[in-house]
Design a protein around this ligand. Structure first.
Ligand code: HEC
Length: 198
């Protein structure tokens, strides 16, 4: 009995010891360009799914209006496109150098033709969660500390309707609007004081 117990304890200790040695070996991926650790993706996905399921917002913003999509497009242009891409543009140098690569929401293609008879879709609450909280160790920032609730929903709504954007939202996405992106400006209280030069 005692023998089995010792064998069991050694067996249990062997796994973390082997993992420790693997990390020490210098072969573990730490560069942004390396492939993931064994089981990294599996555990990360498992944890992410469970956490989002637990923290999903109860309330939901309904289908957006056109002006909400325009505001969402402005925020996307300013804060997201550098990583997630724009229509007709190749992935940026920044996004190509990241691991994991940020998903490209427009795949460098022209935007899909607008179909005004197709109603706008409500935002996906999981997408809202990711934008608000970010994704640890991936480079996806959390915007909950900077955006208002309304802005978080608007940009989520924008992504949910990226396949059917009205012309005004496309213009905002491409930076062709006259309107300043007032609704996405960082509030004064959060702006950093200008650097002082001696
Ligand atoms: C510095 C780069 C960077 C910026 C800026 C950025 N993201 Fe991301 N984003 C990422 C990366 C990397 C991932 C992939 C995370 C992962 O692998 O789970 C991601 C994932 C996402 C996802 C999840 C996609 C999916 O299929 O699950 C959404 C939604 C998203 N980002 C939206 C946004 C929005 C909206 C903004 C701007 C308000 C933004 N991101 C800004 C890098 C970025």
């Amino acid at each position: 009995m005692k023998k089995y117990l010792i064998a069991l304890i050694i067996g249990i200790l062997l796994v973390p010891a082997a993992f420790y040695l693997y990390l020490l070996s210098g072969h573990a991926p730490v560069a942004a360009s390396a492939s993931p650790l064994p089981f990294e993706r599996f555990f990360a996905r498992l944890a992410m799914r469970a956490t989002i399921a637990r923290e999903l917002p109860k309330a939901e913003a309904g289908p957006p209006t056109e002006s909400e999509l325009v505001s969402g497009a402005q925020a996307y242009r300013q804060y997201c496109g550098v990583c997630h891409g724009f229509p007709n543009e190749q992935p940026t140098v920044i996004s190509k150098g990241m691991y994991p690569h940020p998903p490209q929401f427009f795949h460098a293609r022209p935007v899909d033709a607008y179909n005004p008879t197709c109603p706008f879709r409500p935002a996906d609450r999981k997408v809202y969660w990711k934008i608000k909280n970010g994704v640890r160790l991936t480079g996806m920032p959390g915007f909950g500390g900077s955006f208002s609730e309304q802005q978080l929903w608007q940009v989520s709504q924008f992504l949910g309707n990226a396949r059917n954007l009205p012309p005004d939202a496309v213009a905002a996405l491409e930076g062709k609007t006259e309107k300043p992106p007032h609704s996405t400006a960082v509030p004064k209280s959060r702006q950093r004081p200008a650097l002082r030069h001696k």
